[in-house]
Design a protein around this ligand. Structure first.
Ligand code: SIN
Ligand code: MN
Length: 288
């Protein structure tokens, strides 16, 4: 899938692109069917909501689940990002966010690159999120919210919030959010929220300011996020466990476009369990 000149210009201006129904219901079904068993596992890579058993984020499924290993090498997700960066990519992070019915908690306003630079020492914001909806996303089940154009502001001042939710995040304070939304058009487009059927895809810049509210609806909002990083821009330290911030900088080779339906064979390096080394962390800078 190639982005058009018009899409590249829109991405540059707004910091995101939305592709409604890019994956078919049959393709989404293959992915969805694999989620409950992954969420049932009592493993470090399943982060649950505060005071609840609901999974907030499952990490690294592309290393131990065949359908998600295929998704992690899917040309519809990987090629557009390769095109934007003009370089091969590796998987920096892979997550299946639950945002489960009634239980899914908020994601405060943040930029992902804030975490990637502060925790992982990623040199430049040459990494991007690509999200695919596994459930329909509507105004009720905690859709993502973006401040269009906020990626142009580079890295914004952020504080490390360790208490609001079960997952730490470098978050942006309300006063700055107010200003950014005002500058982006206030009530006229200062916040946007791409919503649509399961199978829709969003691509968004690592510096785009985003958040989502809790999910009080009876509908799950499961979405998969690939954070794809230009290989030359790999992280420089392993402060976070490997299941959260990956340490294998091998360029991703795409599978055929029909890989989800054809059950294309894939390697599952963590298929027999996550190695203990994936839990080891360090504040040292890795040798160049
Ligand atoms: C994220 O910002 O990483 C996740 C937000 C969401 O799933 O709503
Ligand atoms: Mn984020």
């Amino acid at each position: 899938m190639e982005l058009t000149q018009q899409q590249i210009e829109a991405f540059d201006k707004d910091g995101y692109l939305f592709f409604p129904e890019l994956f078919t219901p049959e393709e989404v079904k293959k992915l969805n069917e694999a989620v409950p068993e992954l969420y049932d596992r009592r493993e470090a890579y399943n982060v649950r909501e505060k005071g609840s058993q609901a999974v907030r984020t499952n990490f690294a499924a592309h290393l131990y689940s065949a359908p998600f290993a295929r998704l992690g090498r899917h040309p519809r997700m990987v090629k557009p990002v390769e095109q934007v960066f003009g370089e091969k990519l590796y998987m920096h992070q892979f997550k299946i966010n639950g945002k489960m019915a009634f239980e899914g908690d908020v994601w405060q306003w943040h930029q992902d690159y804030g975490t990637w630079i502060n925790d992982d020492m990623m040199p430049e914001p040459r990494a991007m999120n690509v999200a695919i909806f596994l459930d329909d996303v509507n105004q009720y089940n905690g859709p993502l919210m973006f401040i269009p154009g906020s990626h142009k502001r580079g890295v914004l001042k952020a504080g490390h919030d360790l208490t609001t939710t079960s997952y730490p995040l470098w978050t942006i304070d309300n006063q700055l959010i107010r200003q950014l939304v005002e500058r982006a058009g206030g009530r006229e487009g200062g916040i946007v929220s791409p919503q649509g059927p399961a199978g829709s895809m969003i691509l968004f810049h690592g510096c785009l300011v985003h958040s989502s509210t809790s999910n009080l609806s009876p509908w799950n909002r499961v979405s998969v996020y690939l954070s794809l990083c230009a290989v030359s821009n790999h992280i420089r330290r392993f402060k976070r466990p490997e299941y959260i911030a990956h340490r294998d900088f091998t360029p991703i080779e795409c599978l055929p476009d029909d890989c989800l339906l054809s059950d294309h064979p894939v390697d599952l390096p963590w298929g027999n369990g996550m190695p203990n080394s994936a839990l080891e962390t360090s504040l040292e800078k890795i040798p160049a």
